[in-house]
Design a binder for this molecule. Structure first.
Ligand code: SAH
Ligand code: SF4
Ligand code: F3S
Length: 476
C-alpha cells in the first residue's frame, strides 16, 4: 500500500497464463489457468509449471471461469501478501460451484509454509504443491481426478528445473527472466524465504547459457538472471568417482558467459546481497557494454545494530564501502534497494540512520515495506514485534517521501543526455509512445517512430522527467 509499485516485488500483480510459444502437443482437452503473486522467481516458476502441463496436453486460458485446472502461485513474504491470496481464493469459489470438476491448486511459498493445513483451512483447495515439487503436478492432478486431495511440499537439495524449457507467459517477446539458482541459505531473521524455498542450489551454467541463446534466437534482447542472492552463485560440475572436479563457475564467470551470447543481448540480474557482491563482479560489469549498469542492493536498514538483529551479516560501514566500490568501478551505475521500517526494537535514532543511508547512496528507486512478522522466522522466535503499527507506517511514509525526492534527483541527472534504450512495447498510457529502459533500469517514454520496432535499440534524447519516468525523443 505504501510501496511504489514496480515490476519486481509487486505482489499485487497477477499473471494469467497465455501461451505464446511452444510446440503444440496432443491436446487432452483440458484448460489451465495460472495466476502468480510475489517475486519474479514465482513468475518464472509459473512458466515452468505451464511448460510441465503443456507437455501433458493442457491448453492455457485467460479466464479462470472456463478453466479445468486453476492454479494460484503464492507469496508469503508479508502478511498482506497472504491475505491477498486468501481473498482471491474466495473469488474462485463460485466458479468451482458452477463447475465441480474444476481442480483448484495452491502453489509456491504459501503452499510450502502452510502445507496440508491449507486443505483444512480452505475447503475449496484440492492440491497443495511446494516450489520444488512441480514435476509431480501431472501425477497430483490425476490423484484429484480420482477423488483424493493431494499434497507435495517436499523441498529438494538438487532441483533446479534445469532441463525444463519454460513457456514464456504474458511476454513482450523482448525481455525474459532466467532462474540461475533456487532457495536461500542466508537466514535473515525477518525472512520466510529460506523456509519456503529451501536450501540454496545453483543451476548448471551450460543450461543457463543455452536458455539465453535460445531466447536471443527467438528475438529476445534482454535477460534478467534471477536468484535470491546471485553473488553466491557457485557451480561445480558433478564428476564420476575418482575424477578431478572441474573448475568452479562463480557469478562473475557466469555473467561473462551470458554476456558472451551476443553483444545485442542485454544482461541484467537480481538480487545482489551486500555481503557477497565482489569487485570481480563489478569489473565484469564494467568490461561488458551489454551488462546493464544497474544493481539492486537491498540495505534493509542503515543502522548496524538493527542489521545485526536482522542477521544481514554486514554493517553500515561495509554497505557504504560496497556502494563506494560501485561508484568507483562503474561511475554511471544505477542502484536500487529494499528497506524495512519498524523492525523489532528499532528506535527513532536508528530509523534516522536509514534515512541518512538513503541520503548517502541516493538510490534510483526503492521497494519499501513496514516490517511484518512471519511465523517461524528467527525474528518471530527471538524478538518482540514491538513497534506499534502507526509508528511503522509513519517511518515508512518518511522513507517513501525521502525516496521520492532522491528518485527525482537521480532522474534529473539523466535529463539533457542521450540514452540507449531497448524498445519493450507501447507505453501503458498512450499507444503513440514507445517505452523501454535505459542501462540504469529507468523507464523511458518517447514517441513512436515508424523506422523502429519493439526489440530494437534506439538512442533517445531525454529532455524532461517525473520521479519515475524519463521522457524524450529518438535521435539518429
Ligand atoms: N533475497 C532478497 C530479498 C527477497 S524478499 C535480499 O536478500 O535482499 C524482498 C524484500 O522483501 C526484502 O528485501 C525485504 O525488504 C522485504 N521483506 C522480506 N521479509 C519481510 C518482512 N517480514 N516484513 C517486511 N518486509 C520484508
Ligand atoms: Fe530472505 Fe535474506 Fe535470503 Fe533475501 S538473503 S531471501 S532477505 S533470507
Ligand atoms: Fe514471496 Fe516466495 Fe518470492 S515468499 S517474495 S514468492 S520467494
Amino acid at each position: 500500500m505504501f510501496e511504489i509499485p514496480t515490476k519486481e516485488h509487486d505482489e499485487s500483480r497477477q499473471g494469467e497464463a497465455v501461451l505464446l510459444e511452444k510446440d503444440p502437443k496432443k491436446s487432452n482437452g483440458r484448460k489451465l489457468y495460472i495466476e502468480s503473486y510475489g517475486c519474479q522467481m514465482n513468475f518464472s516458476d509459473s512458466e515452468i509449471v505451464a511448460s510441465i502441463l503443456l507437455d501433458k496436453g493442457f491448453e492455457t486460458t485467460r479466464d479462470y471461469k472456463e478453466a479445468d485446472v486453476v492454479f494460484i502461485n503464492t507469496c508469503s513474504i508479508r502478511e498482506n501478501a497472504e491475505q491477498r491470496v486468501r481473498n482471491r481464493l474466495k473469488e474462485f469459489e463460485s466458479a468451482k460451484a458452477k463447475n465441480p470438476g474444476m481442480v483448484v491448486g495452491v502453489l509456491g511459498c504459501m503452499a510450502e509454509r502452510l502445507k496440508s493445513k491449507f486443505l483444512e483451512e480452505e475447503k475449496l483447495v484440492d492440491v497443495v504443491v511446494g516450489p520444488d515439487a512441480y514435476r509431480d503436478l501431472p501425477n497430483l492432478i490425476e490423484k484429484v481426478d480420482e477423488g483424493s486431495r493431494a499434497v507435495n511440499v517436499l523441498l529438494s537439495r538438487e532441483e533446479t528445473y534445469a532441463d525444463i524449457n519454460p513457456v514464456r507467459l504474458n511476454t513482450n517477446g523482448v525481455t525474459a527472466f532466467i532462474s540461475i539458482m533456487r532457495g536461500c541459505d542466508n537466514m535473515c531473521s525477518f525472512c520466510v524465504v529460506p523456509f519456503t524455498r529451501g536450501r540454496e542450489r545453483s543451476r548448471d551454467p551450460q543450461s543457463i547459457v543455452r536458455e539465453a541463446r535460445d531466447l536471443f534466437h527467438a528475438g529476445y534482447r534482454e535477460v534478467t538472471l534471477l536468484g535470491q542472492n546471485v553473488d553466491s552463485y557457485k557451480y561445480t560440475a558433478p564428476v564420476a568417482e575418482g575424477e578431478e572436479p572441474g573448475p568452479v563457475v562463480n557469478f562473475a564467470a557466469l555473467l561473462e558467459m551470458v554476456a558472451g551470447v551476443d553483444p545485442l543481448l542485454r544482461v541484467r540480474f537480481s538480487t545482489s546481497h551486500p555481503k557477497d557482491i565482489t569487485d570481480e563482479v563489478l569489473y565484469t560489469m564494467a568490461k561488458y557494454e551489454n551488462i546493464c549498469k544497474y544493481i539492486h542492493l537491498p540495505v534493509q536498514s542503515g543502522n548496524s545494530r538493527i542489521l545485526k538483529l536482522m542477521n544481514r551479516t554486514y554493517d553500515r560501514e561495509w554497505y557504504m564501502e560496497r556502494v563506494d566500490a560501485i561508484r568507483r568501478i562503474i561511475p554511471d551505475c544505477g542502484i536500487s534497494t529494499d528497506i524495512i521500517t519498524g523492525f523489532c526494537s528499532e528506535t527513532e535514532a536508528e530509523h534516522h540512520d536509514t534515512l541518512s543511508m538513503m541520503d548517502y547512496v541516493k538510490y534510483d528507486f526503492a521497494y519499501m515495506f513496514a516490517y511484518s512478522e512471519r511465523p517461524g522466522t528467527l525474528a518471530a522466535k527471538r524478538y518482540a514485534d514491538d513497534i506499534p503499527e502507526e509508528i511503522k507506517k509513519q517511518r515508512l511514509t518518511e522513507v517513501v517521501d525521502r525516496q521520492r525526492e532522491h528518485s527525482l534527483e537521480r532522474l534529473q541527472t539523466y535529463v539533457g543526455k542521450v540514452h540507449k534504450v531497448l524498445i519493450e512495447g507501447l507505453s501503458k498510457r498512450s499507444d503513440t509512445d514507445y517505452c523501454g529502459r535505459n542501462d540504469q533500469n529507468t523507464m523511458v517514454v518517447f514517441p513512436v517512430d515508424g523506422r523502429y520496432r519493439v526489440g530494437d535499440y534506439v538512442q533517445v534524447y531525454v529532455d524532461r522527467c517525473t520521479s519515475a519516468t524519463l521522457i524524450g525523443t529518438i535521435v539518429d
